[in-house]
Design a binder for this molecule. Structure first.
Ligand SMILES: C[S@@+](CC[C@H](N)C(=O)[O-])C[C@H]1O[C@@H](n2cnc3c(N)ncnc32)[C@H](O)[C@@H]1O
Length: 211
């Protein structure tokens, strides 16, 4: 893969999520009610050997399909610590590891499904990360993404651009990512996009790796 990983940006992202890890679930309480059905929808498409990228505090665990072998990675050890606690409470066996979506520690064509919810809004180099998903998912496998994106409207779009430096510093996530374009640029084949939430700001993307 060309170019180097931006180590400073990656360290900054890790530090932001480590900082907010103790209050992450609390901050998200208000929106989680809305997210529930979207998470369910995404995970109903997952099967086989599954990679969850950016597990965070493990909010997806109760939606994981039963009986599948699942590996979860996250950049931030403090988020991961909470994910481990959650998996234990739920009595689930999930292989949880610290890792970077931009440089996945798995051989080519390992997984049947890779999934990420609200992650590529914060991965420093999202195209690089999406290319990594393309690499580790088997031909014919699935890449499932749920994320908020930049609105393609002049006023709201510009407002998100203006607010992004403040929000990303406080919260870790960028609010103006062009994730659909990023998925295309990474070379994935998009099968389906569902537009969810206010103004269709959240996208559920079903893609296939292009080999
Ligand atoms: C907004 S949280 C979402 C967590 C969880 N997926 C959810 O739906 O609640 C974003 C997560 O992505 C992780 N993350 C950001 N950049 C990453 C990267 N390059 N590799 C792996 N995880 C990353 C963060 O540490 C954080 O836990």
């Amino acid at each position: 893969m060309s170019g180097k990983i931006d180590a400073r940006a990656t360290a900054r992202t890790r530090a932001r999520y480590n900082r907010i890890a103790p209050i992450y679930d609390l901050i998200e309480t208000i929106v989680e009610g809305t997210f529930r059905s979207w998470r369910e929808k995404l995970w109903s498409n997952a099967n086989g050997y599954i990679l969850e990228v950016g597990v965070g505090t493990g909010k997806n665990f109760s939606y994981h399909p039963r009986g599948m072998k699942i590996v979860g990675i996250d950049l931030a050890d403090q988020m991961l610590a909470r994910a481990r606690e959650r998996a234990q409470k739920l009595g689930m066996t999930i292989d949880l590891r610290q890792g970077d979506a931009q440089s996945l520690d798995f051989p080519d064509n390992t997984f049947d499904t890779a999934a990420a919810t609200f992650v590529f809004c914060s991965v420093p180099d999202p195209i690089r990360g999406l290319r990594e998903l393309n690499r580790v998912v088997k031909p014919g496998g699935k890449i499932l993404l749920l994320d908020h994106v930049r609105l393609d409207q002049p006023i709201m779009g510009n407002m998100l651009d203006l607010l992004d430096p403040i929000i990303s510093r406080l919260w870790g996530a960028h609010i103006n990512r062009r994730t659909i374009e990023n998925v295309r640029q990474a070379g994935l084949d998009i099968e389906k996009i569902e537009h969810l939430g206010p103004m269709g700001m959240v996208k559920l993307i079903v893609a296939k790796p292009r080999k």
